[in-house]
Write a protein that binds this ligand. Structure first.
Ligand code: HEC
Length: 275
Protein backbone atom coordinates (compact mmCIF):
# COMPACT_ATOMS: atom_id res chain seq x y z
CA UNK A 1 0.00 0.00 0.00
CA UNK A 2 1.49 3.39 -1.01
CA UNK A 3 2.30 5.89 1.70
CA UNK A 4 0.10 8.55 0.09
CA UNK A 5 -2.83 6.18 -0.04
CA UNK A 6 -2.35 5.36 3.62
CA UNK A 7 -2.22 9.03 4.58
CA UNK A 8 -5.36 9.68 2.55
CA UNK A 9 -7.11 6.80 4.29
CA UNK A 10 -6.05 8.08 7.69
CA UNK A 11 -7.27 11.58 6.87
CA UNK A 12 -10.57 10.13 5.75
CA UNK A 13 -10.98 8.28 9.02
CA UNK A 14 -10.14 11.38 11.06
CA UNK A 15 -12.61 13.44 9.03
CA UNK A 16 -15.33 10.84 9.35
CA UNK A 17 -14.85 10.67 13.09
CA UNK A 18 -14.84 14.43 13.31
CA UNK A 19 -18.13 14.80 11.42
CA UNK A 20 -19.69 11.96 13.41
CA UNK A 21 -18.77 13.67 16.66
CA UNK A 22 -19.98 17.08 15.47
CA UNK A 23 -23.35 15.94 14.18
CA UNK A 24 -26.37 16.89 16.25
CA UNK A 25 -28.69 14.19 17.44
CA UNK A 26 -32.09 14.09 19.04
CA UNK A 27 -32.95 11.84 22.00
CA UNK A 28 -36.56 10.70 22.20
CA UNK A 29 -37.62 9.04 25.47
CA UNK A 30 -40.93 7.28 25.87
CA UNK A 31 -41.60 5.08 28.88
CA UNK A 32 -38.47 3.04 29.54
CA UNK A 33 -37.39 3.30 25.88
CA UNK A 34 -34.90 5.87 24.65
CA UNK A 35 -33.98 6.32 21.00
CA UNK A 36 -31.37 8.56 19.42
CA UNK A 37 -31.92 9.99 15.93
CA UNK A 38 -28.94 11.41 14.06
CA UNK A 39 -29.64 14.66 12.24
CA UNK A 40 -28.56 13.20 8.88
CA UNK A 41 -30.81 10.20 9.43
CA UNK A 42 -33.82 12.50 9.94
CA UNK A 43 -32.95 14.65 6.89
CA UNK A 44 -32.87 11.52 4.75
CA UNK A 45 -35.96 9.99 6.37
CA UNK A 46 -38.56 8.80 3.82
CA UNK A 47 -41.21 10.85 5.63
CA UNK A 48 -39.19 14.10 5.39
CA UNK A 49 -40.85 16.83 3.31
CA UNK A 50 -40.62 20.59 2.73
CA UNK A 51 -42.88 22.44 5.16
CA UNK A 52 -43.91 26.05 4.72
CA UNK A 53 -44.87 28.04 7.82
CA UNK A 54 -46.75 31.35 7.86
CA UNK A 55 -46.34 34.58 9.81
CA UNK A 56 -47.23 32.77 13.03
CA UNK A 57 -43.77 31.10 12.88
CA UNK A 58 -42.70 31.93 16.44
CA UNK A 59 -38.92 31.87 16.02
CA UNK A 60 -38.68 33.97 12.85
CA UNK A 61 -42.02 35.88 12.80
CA UNK A 62 -42.33 35.35 9.05
CA UNK A 63 -43.10 32.51 6.62
CA UNK A 64 -40.21 30.05 6.36
CA UNK A 65 -39.47 26.81 4.51
CA UNK A 66 -38.01 23.84 6.36
CA UNK A 67 -37.01 20.25 5.77
CA UNK A 68 -39.18 18.49 8.34
CA UNK A 69 -40.65 15.18 9.45
CA UNK A 70 -44.18 14.74 10.84
CA UNK A 71 -44.07 14.50 14.63
CA UNK A 72 -45.51 10.96 14.38
CA UNK A 73 -42.22 9.90 12.76
CA UNK A 74 -40.58 10.37 16.15
CA UNK A 75 -43.60 9.51 18.28
CA UNK A 76 -45.64 6.85 16.47
CA UNK A 77 -49.23 6.28 17.63
CA UNK A 78 -49.17 9.37 19.80
CA UNK A 79 -52.98 9.43 19.79
CA UNK A 80 -52.87 6.25 21.90
CA UNK A 81 -51.09 8.28 24.59
CA UNK A 82 -53.85 10.90 24.57
CA UNK A 83 -53.45 11.74 28.28
CA UNK A 84 -49.68 11.99 28.13
CA UNK A 85 -47.74 15.20 27.81
CA UNK A 86 -44.63 15.76 25.74
CA UNK A 87 -41.69 17.75 27.01
CA UNK A 88 -39.30 19.46 24.60
CA UNK A 89 -35.92 20.04 26.21
CA UNK A 90 -33.92 22.84 24.62
CA UNK A 91 -30.12 23.05 24.47
CA UNK A 92 -30.21 25.67 27.25
CA UNK A 93 -32.41 23.51 29.51
CA UNK A 94 -35.68 25.33 28.85
CA UNK A 95 -38.28 22.53 28.85
CA UNK A 96 -41.84 23.45 27.82
CA UNK A 97 -44.53 20.77 27.93
CA UNK A 98 -47.23 20.25 25.29
CA UNK A 99 -50.22 17.93 25.73
CA UNK A 100 -49.94 14.88 23.45
CA UNK A 101 -53.51 15.53 22.23
CA UNK A 102 -52.46 18.90 20.83
CA UNK A 103 -49.44 17.47 19.03
CA UNK A 104 -51.71 15.16 17.04
CA UNK A 105 -53.29 18.30 15.53
CA UNK A 106 -54.79 21.63 16.56
CA UNK A 107 -57.68 22.50 14.21
CA UNK A 108 -56.17 22.63 10.71
CA UNK A 109 -52.62 22.80 12.06
CA UNK A 110 -50.27 19.82 12.08
CA UNK A 111 -46.95 19.53 13.88
CA UNK A 112 -43.59 18.82 12.23
CA UNK A 113 -40.06 18.65 13.50
CA UNK A 114 -37.94 20.96 11.34
CA UNK A 115 -34.31 19.90 10.86
CA UNK A 116 -31.52 22.40 10.22
CA UNK A 117 -29.44 20.77 7.46
CA UNK A 118 -26.15 22.13 8.83
CA UNK A 119 -25.19 24.58 11.58
CA UNK A 120 -25.89 28.13 10.40
CA UNK A 121 -28.22 27.08 7.57
CA UNK A 122 -31.10 28.92 9.24
CA UNK A 123 -31.01 32.62 10.15
CA UNK A 124 -29.83 33.69 13.59
CA UNK A 125 -32.67 34.37 16.05
CA UNK A 126 -31.03 37.73 16.85
CA UNK A 127 -27.65 39.32 16.09
CA UNK A 128 -24.86 37.17 17.59
CA UNK A 129 -27.38 34.51 18.61
CA UNK A 130 -27.64 30.97 17.23
CA UNK A 131 -30.47 29.85 14.94
CA UNK A 132 -33.60 27.92 15.98
CA UNK A 133 -31.77 24.69 15.11
CA UNK A 134 -30.78 21.96 15.23
CA UNK A 135 -34.45 20.96 15.70
CA UNK A 136 -37.53 23.18 15.83
CA UNK A 137 -41.19 22.20 16.29
CA UNK A 138 -43.13 23.94 13.52
CA UNK A 139 -46.79 23.92 12.47
CA UNK A 140 -48.19 23.70 8.97
CA UNK A 141 -51.51 25.48 8.26
CA UNK A 142 -51.32 27.22 11.64
CA UNK A 143 -53.08 30.42 10.60
CA UNK A 144 -56.51 30.50 12.21
CA UNK A 145 -55.66 27.52 14.43
CA UNK A 146 -55.07 28.36 18.08
CA UNK A 147 -51.43 27.29 18.28
CA UNK A 148 -49.85 29.09 21.25
CA UNK A 149 -46.43 30.76 20.94
CA UNK A 150 -45.11 28.32 23.57
CA UNK A 151 -46.06 25.46 21.23
CA UNK A 152 -43.20 26.34 18.86
CA UNK A 153 -40.20 25.17 20.95
CA UNK A 154 -36.84 25.58 19.21
CA UNK A 155 -33.19 24.56 19.70
CA UNK A 156 -34.52 21.17 20.75
CA UNK A 157 -32.04 18.61 22.11
CA UNK A 158 -34.43 15.94 23.35
CA UNK A 159 -38.10 15.02 23.50
CA UNK A 160 -39.72 13.13 26.35
CA UNK A 161 -43.18 11.65 26.64
CA UNK A 162 -44.49 11.96 30.18
CA UNK A 163 -47.31 9.86 31.57
CA UNK A 164 -50.62 11.30 32.69
CA UNK A 165 -49.51 10.46 36.26
CA UNK A 166 -46.65 12.93 35.94
CA UNK A 167 -49.16 15.71 35.31
CA UNK A 168 -51.30 14.67 38.29
CA UNK A 169 -48.36 14.21 40.63
CA UNK A 170 -45.65 16.72 39.69
CA UNK A 171 -43.54 15.94 42.79
CA UNK A 172 -42.75 12.42 41.56
CA UNK A 173 -41.16 13.73 38.36
CA UNK A 174 -37.35 13.85 37.93
CA UNK A 175 -35.53 17.01 36.96
CA UNK A 176 -35.89 17.71 33.22
CA UNK A 177 -32.08 17.53 32.89
CA UNK A 178 -31.77 14.17 34.64
CA UNK A 179 -30.12 11.32 32.72
CA UNK A 180 -32.00 8.96 30.39
CA UNK A 181 -31.45 6.22 32.98
CA UNK A 182 -33.20 8.24 35.70
CA UNK A 183 -36.11 8.86 33.33
CA UNK A 184 -36.27 5.18 32.43
CA UNK A 185 -36.24 4.44 36.17
CA UNK A 186 -39.15 6.83 36.68
CA UNK A 187 -41.18 4.98 34.03
CA UNK A 188 -40.32 1.61 35.61
CA UNK A 189 -41.15 2.94 39.07
CA UNK A 190 -44.55 4.17 37.86
CA UNK A 191 -45.23 0.77 36.40
CA UNK A 192 -43.98 -1.49 39.21
CA UNK A 193 -43.88 0.46 42.48
CA UNK A 194 -46.13 3.51 42.39
CA UNK A 195 -49.21 1.32 42.74
CA UNK A 196 -48.30 0.76 46.41
CA UNK A 197 -45.74 3.40 47.43
CA UNK A 198 -46.11 7.15 47.42
CA UNK A 199 -43.20 9.32 46.31
CA UNK A 200 -42.76 12.69 47.98
CA UNK A 201 -46.17 12.01 49.63
CA UNK A 202 -47.86 11.94 46.23
CA UNK A 203 -49.74 9.02 44.76
CA UNK A 204 -53.06 7.20 45.15
CA UNK A 205 -51.88 4.12 47.06
CA UNK A 206 -50.28 4.18 50.51
CA UNK A 207 -49.88 0.49 51.04
CA UNK A 208 -46.12 0.62 51.57
CA UNK A 209 -44.07 3.47 53.03
CA UNK A 210 -43.15 6.57 51.07
CA UNK A 211 -39.81 5.82 49.39
CA UNK A 212 -38.42 9.36 49.60
CA UNK A 213 -39.58 11.16 52.75
CA UNK A 214 -38.60 11.60 55.50
CA UNK A 215 -35.69 9.43 54.30
CA UNK A 216 -35.11 7.97 50.87
CA UNK A 217 -34.78 4.17 50.76
CA UNK A 218 -31.32 4.55 49.18
CA UNK A 219 -30.24 6.58 52.23
CA UNK A 220 -30.83 3.82 54.77
CA UNK A 221 -30.41 0.66 52.69
CA UNK A 222 -27.05 -0.42 51.31
CA UNK A 223 -27.62 -0.84 47.58
CA UNK A 224 -27.06 -4.61 47.73
CA UNK A 225 -29.72 -4.96 50.46
CA UNK A 226 -32.14 -2.77 48.53
CA UNK A 227 -31.68 -4.92 45.42
CA UNK A 228 -32.27 -8.06 47.49
CA UNK A 229 -35.36 -6.55 49.07
CA UNK A 230 -36.93 -5.73 45.71
CA UNK A 231 -36.12 -9.18 44.34
CA UNK A 232 -37.28 -11.03 47.47
CA UNK A 233 -38.35 -8.96 50.53
CA UNK A 234 -38.23 -12.00 52.84
CA UNK A 235 -34.55 -12.51 52.07
CA UNK A 236 -33.90 -9.23 53.93
CA UNK A 237 -36.31 -9.43 56.86
CA UNK A 238 -39.45 -11.34 57.69
CA UNK A 239 -42.53 -10.86 59.74
CA UNK A 240 -46.12 -11.97 59.37
CA UNK A 241 -47.50 -8.91 57.69
CA UNK A 242 -45.04 -8.76 54.80
CA UNK A 243 -47.15 -7.68 51.83
CA UNK A 244 -44.66 -6.58 49.23
CA UNK A 245 -44.27 -9.05 46.39
CA UNK A 246 -40.81 -10.04 45.18
CA UNK A 247 -39.83 -9.00 41.67
CA UNK A 248 -37.90 -11.77 39.96
CA UNK A 249 -35.81 -10.95 36.84
CA UNK A 250 -38.62 -12.19 34.60
CA UNK A 251 -40.91 -9.53 36.00
CA UNK A 252 -38.36 -6.77 36.51
CA UNK A 253 -35.20 -6.92 34.38
CA UNK A 254 -31.78 -6.15 35.85
CA UNK A 255 -31.58 -2.94 33.79
CA UNK A 256 -34.99 -1.83 35.03
CA UNK A 257 -33.90 -2.42 38.62
CA UNK A 258 -30.70 -0.41 38.01
CA UNK A 259 -32.83 2.36 36.55
CA UNK A 260 -35.29 2.34 39.50
CA UNK A 261 -32.38 2.67 41.91
CA UNK A 262 -30.96 5.55 39.83
CA UNK A 263 -34.40 7.22 39.98
CA UNK A 264 -34.66 6.72 43.77
CA UNK A 265 -31.15 8.18 44.30
CA UNK A 266 -32.04 11.13 42.10
CA UNK A 267 -35.26 11.80 44.03
CA UNK A 268 -33.30 11.94 47.31
CA UNK A 269 -32.15 15.33 46.01
CA UNK A 270 -35.72 16.45 45.29
CA UNK A 271 -37.52 16.00 48.61
CA UNK A 272 -40.66 17.93 49.37
CA UNK A 273 -40.64 20.11 52.48
CA UNK A 274 -42.19 18.72 55.69
CA UNK A 275 -45.98 19.17 55.65
C1 HEC B 1 -48.28 -4.69 46.18
C2 HEC B 1 -47.74 -3.53 46.79
C3 HEC B 1 -46.27 -3.21 46.61
C4 HEC B 1 -45.55 -3.09 45.45
C5 HEC B 1 -46.04 -3.29 44.03
C6 HEC B 1 -44.22 -2.65 45.83
N1 HEC B 1 -44.14 -2.56 47.18
FE1 HEC B 1 -42.50 -2.06 48.25
N2 HEC B 1 -43.50 -2.38 49.97
C7 HEC B 1 -44.84 -2.67 50.08
C8 HEC B 1 -45.20 -2.80 51.47
C9 HEC B 1 -46.58 -3.09 52.00
C10 HEC B 1 -44.01 -2.58 52.21
C11 HEC B 1 -43.84 -2.64 53.73
C12 HEC B 1 -43.26 -3.97 54.08
C13 HEC B 1 -44.23 -5.10 53.77
O1 HEC B 1 -45.33 -5.13 54.33
O2 HEC B 1 -43.87 -5.91 52.89
C14 HEC B 1 -42.98 -2.33 51.23
C15 HEC B 1 -41.66 -2.05 51.55
C16 HEC B 1 -40.72 -1.59 50.66
C17 HEC B 1 -39.40 -1.12 51.03
C18 HEC B 1 -38.85 -1.07 52.44
C19 HEC B 1 -39.13 0.28 53.03
C20 HEC B 1 -38.78 0.36 54.45
O3 HEC B 1 -38.43 1.45 54.89
O4 HEC B 1 -38.88 -0.64 55.16
C21 HEC B 1 -38.79 -0.75 49.89
C22 HEC B 1 -37.40 -0.15 49.76
C23 HEC B 1 -39.70 -0.98 48.80
N3 HEC B 1 -40.86 -1.50 49.30
C24 HEC B 1 -39.43 -0.70 47.47
C25 HEC B 1 -40.27 -1.06 46.44
C26 HEC B 1 -39.92 -0.90 45.06
C27 HEC B 1 -38.63 -0.31 44.54
C28 HEC B 1 -40.97 -1.37 44.33
C29 HEC B 1 -41.09 -1.48 42.84
C30 HEC B 1 -40.09 -2.27 42.17
C31 HEC B 1 -41.98 -1.82 45.28
N4 HEC B 1 -41.53 -1.62 46.55
C32 HEC B 1 -43.20 -2.37 44.93
C33 HEC B 1 -45.71 -2.85 49.04
C34 HEC B 1 -45.36 -2.87 47.70
Amino acid sequence: MGALYRIALLLCCVLLQYTAAAESSLIVTRGTQSKTFQLSELLAHPAAIEVQTDASDEAYKRPMRYRAVPIETLLPDLHKDADASVQFIALDGYAPVIAAKRLTGIGSASAYLAIEPSPGAWPALAPNKPSAGPFYLVWRDASGAAVAPSEWPYQIASIRVQSALAARFPKIVPDSQASARVWAGFAAYEKHCFGCHTMNRQGDAKMGPDLNVPMNATEYFAESALRKLVRDPKSVREWNAGVMPGFDPGRLGEEELDAIIAYLKHMAGRKVAQP
